[in-house]
Design a protein around this ligand. Sequence first.
Ligand SMILES: Nc1ncnc2c1ncn2[C@@H]1O[C@H](COP(=O)(O)OP(=O)(O)OP(=O)(O)O)[C@@H](O)[C@H]1O
Ligand SMILES: [Mg+2]
Length: 699
Amino acid sequence: MTGAPFELAGSLRIGTVDFVSPDEIKVALEIEAPESVALNAGGPRPFPRVNSYLLVPVDDAYLVGQVEWLTVERSPFPKRRGMQDFGLVDLPYPLRKLSLNPLGTLRKCPGEADRYLFHRGADALPSIGAAVVLPSERQLRSIVESGLRRRVKIGTSPLASDAEVCVDPNRLFGRHLAVLGNTGSGKSCSVAGLIRWSLEQAEASCAGRPNARFILLDPNGEYSRAFGDTGSVASARIFKVSPVGGELPLRVPLWFWNSAEWCSFTQASAKTQRPTLMHALRFVRDGQTEPTEDASHEMRRFLRTLETTIRIEKNSGAPWGSFPKPKSFFEKLEKWRTGLEPDVSKFSGTQADKLKALVDKIEVLCKARRVQHANYDFVRSDVEELLKLASEAHSAFGGGADDAVPPDVDAPRRFEGASLLRGVEAAAEMLNVSEHVETLLIRIRALLSDTRMTPILDSVPGTTLEQWLNDYIGRDQASDGCVTIIDLSLVPAEVVHVVTAVVARMVFEALQRYVKLNGVALPTVLVMEEAHTFIKRYKEDIENQDAASICCQVFERIAREGRKFGLGLVLSSQRPSELSPAVLSQCNSFLLHRISNDRDQELVRRLVPDNLKGLLRELPSLPSQTAILLGWASELPVLVRMNDLPKARQPRSDDPDFWGVWVGRDEEGKTLTRDIDWSRVAADWQARSAGAGPNDEEP
Ligand SMILES: Nc1ncnc2c1ncn2[C@@H]1O[C@H](COP(=O)(O)OP(=O)(O)OP(=O)(O)O)[C@@H](O)[C@H]1O
Ligand SMILES: [Mg+2]
């Protein structure tokens, strides 16, 4: 099949262009054009079929169009090619028409017979009367198999005589992928498949273990089976509450949580509790609340906190802000004075002098404001003087200048839960808000004493940050596996959002730091299943951020900035319309399974350029395991029948077998029993809520 497009056009011609616009080409079909199956294009092929491809020879290339609709028009003047001259009169005849979406251009490879190159965009439009032809097998493959670096085969294209659909992992994972579709449409199988096939291909290409990292956040605990094959490249480390067998205990230490996560979890009120909690986190991250015997050491810590607090108050302008801020600053001073005064006599020399100077200064400031109807406002010079004296006293007790810089409230430095409680109490005392932090303390105490949470929060003796990064993101050269599964199914509902947020943020920040230190990114893929619960659109209300919105914000940040740090996001969801629009709009590739809900369809339609919408009309009728791949990962939208995933490697999401259990036999005739012993369930249930459930024990 060599020669110019026109040479072979004759045999495959099926119609004539009779309307041209930049986004639509209408075609009148020949009367002889096939009715249901075309046999002349090398193998039987359904024709005419919506969404199949047709070619229009233009200049030295072909314009590729995708069939958008088909119709029949009753034409008063039927035309049959070549017949008019014989004086035959045709009766009115239903004339078939179809409409094409111009997709791109197919050009012969110079010098190579029977090879074609497809690229997006139409260079030139045909004129009216131009022939429309069926693509040959070869041409069809060239259209679907277009694109460079087609490294991983993910399936075949039923619209293009089962041409292979291959993807470039750089494109698929590099700019975030959304896998969307109804329940049971095959999303989880596709996600598991994409990971497995990519790893297997990489293994084959590098003849060894690929240096790859996939981290799966799995709210339903369905993936452990899919990656449970030990010894294979896709065998995973599984982290889980109550691990069994080779699984590992899930740990997200409470000192990983940043201030926003703590605030949202404890529902700290913005006015008093949040500042107290921030102060407390600063103290504990700096080891300031560990008990100590040494009085001078104790005083040094106190002065350091005092200095930090004055500095923070000064920077926020509280001493001269609007009423009642200066009054509350005055009350704090009173409190500090009563705290410090008895201690002056315990020390001698410079230490006593400096301490005394500080106490005296506080006294001077307070005295003037103890009168009735006092003006509480402070002048800046007074506060600066106070700060200077506090800082001198601090140095007299051995504190350095850099010691007084407030430590980062979010740095993941280790602390114990009990220290945080002490820190909150101390900070509340210092800020003179002790009576307002009771609820905060109660919430933190409840968290720390909940036996379902303690194994996850891991206070003693526990993981180090380095160990955690090794375990969860993966070691050097991915030496102990490329896949990490974080099974969230048994994480208590109250903390599951915070835990997810913390894991996602830690992964992101670790990769950010990797880039900072190494100058290059470490490619990593973070997968979020059931994304509609964790990346749910939320109300922008700065006052009270619940854990779900904190979680969503982490993913929004990853979606926005992850690419720069090598972090690709894959999210899978059955309710795309509930997802955060900020995250969805950052996804550049989509794998769309069956979607029947019209709100969800509407949403995905908006993500796609106008001339590609035709294919999306198939969404409600896609069989499972079939999907449309579009976006950055694919040169043009393709319908893919995903590779088969063997039963044992599919994520566990079997539909319950009602009938089988009712009649006691499954489809293959094997007996199916469900024995019931509710006493075991009851015992397990009650033991759990009382604290030491059988499943709560560490392995
Ligand atoms: N690639 C595949 N290979 C083999 N079977 C598949 C494949 N994709 C889907 N299936 C079949 O479809 C069924 C449903 O797939 P899957 O569990 O992935 O759906 P889902 O979209 O994740 O559903 P849910 O939203 O409920 O989690 C599977 O049990 C399997 O039988
Ligand atoms: Mg699923």
